[in-house]
Write a protein that binds this ligand. Sequence first.
Ligand code: MSP
Length: 479
Amino acid sequence: MLKNDKEKEKILITTAIDYANDVIHIGHAYEKILADSVARYYRKIYGKENVYFLTGTDEHGTTNYLAAKEENMSVEEYTRKISSLDRKEIDALNISYDRFIRTTDPDHVKTASNLFEKALERGDIYKAEYEGFYCEGCEEYKTLSDLDEDKKCPQHPNKQIRLLKEENYFLRWSAYENALRELIEKKDDFILPENKKNEMLAFLEQGLNDIPVSRPKYKVPWGISVPSDEEQIIYVWYDALVNYYTAAKQKDMWNEKTKIIHFVGKDILRFHALLWPVMLLSLELPLPDTIYAHGFINLKGKKISKSLGNVIRPSDLVKKYGVDAVRYYFLKHGPITEDVDISIKHLEEVYNADLANGLGNTVARIAKMAERSGLSFEPQEKEFVWQAPWSAPISKFRVDLALQNIWRMLTDLDKHINENEPWAIEDQEELKNVLSKEVYQIRKISLILEPFIPSTSRRIQEQFFKDRIRSEEPLFPKL
Ligand code: MSP
């Protein structure tokens, strides 16, 4: 057994929940594909019933409220519409979530208000007046040093920064500074990749001030009310982060027996690594095991955004290239550690090289030779391949490196075919011996591909896990 792979009984895997101000694009979708492949992999190790994979939509707050207003729709109707379109997008990618949570779901609303109220009772949330610069894009107060020279948020230059003075409830963030530092420094794999850990420690170096965790209802009318003070709405991040707990608690999965892994983009690592643990510590609830922060997908060096008109929807790519080609491309070349620039040209090159030629060609060659031989190949056991050297990088969520290992296995297999020239072997016993090795290996590869490209894996399994193997249509027709 590989280190870290089964130190707990269960595993909870989450993605960030997407704002319902607009339908998700391929940037958001990357995170789903990444988390999905990890969830599918762990289901093989922990058993299906011990893995819970959560995704969904973040529907409260100003961002969503203003988007609905712009479309002249009620915010309830608008967020319902976007949430269901998001769900279609992720279904097109064959994402195997166990629950698609919406922060408007009644169980979540109840849980978020309960946790807020408990923290209030314990004294970790208190009421006071606040004055500060608020960015409605980030849904966060900014200090002057966070802003550009012209007092704009670098991430949302099109949005106005507002100077707000209001009564809010505050979270005693400052009281947890040392606990956070110790957590980040000492807990193995708490923040991955490793370099992101230093970023968070550097942020802590600046010192923490208590932060507002509510907004007055007359300013933010759309959200969950503070139960004991109907004039206040729970801050959208406090509300959104609780989604993980809402869903997991019901499945008895927010506890020490469960390994909890959050996948997030680098822009929201701070909320997950510094705010969420404090919310949990203040309620004496278990902490997540890992927060994995991936980079950003850019297009031709530019941020993906509606205003730049360069948005690509996952379902459009799937229609054109097939779901597994899209999954493979992003898993192999996505921003797992750093930002990446992607392009349709690159996707097509990778499709032809790795899928049409690489995998597709090797599968077709072996099927053809096995069929021609007229020999019978008794199927092997399907169980043994999950914890092997190829999968070692997954313990640190490096699915890109795991795929690299699998493609190396494919190259070795091709080499085996070329060196042994099965087409030239006349002796039946020798032919059976050589081909069996190749059939065995392609069966093994088909199994380990399942978490990453499940439909293709199943197609190869159906073709190869039988005595008589036949040639079939190409898996990935050349573009
Ligand atoms: N609603 C919050 C998250 C709350 S989680 C409790 C939010 N939503 S978002 O819609 O703006 O982003 C959702 C996720 O998509 C985030 O992890 C974000 O980093 C990721 N991405 C958004 N654009 C992206 C790219 N261009 N590339 C990769 N990931 C990107 O933040």
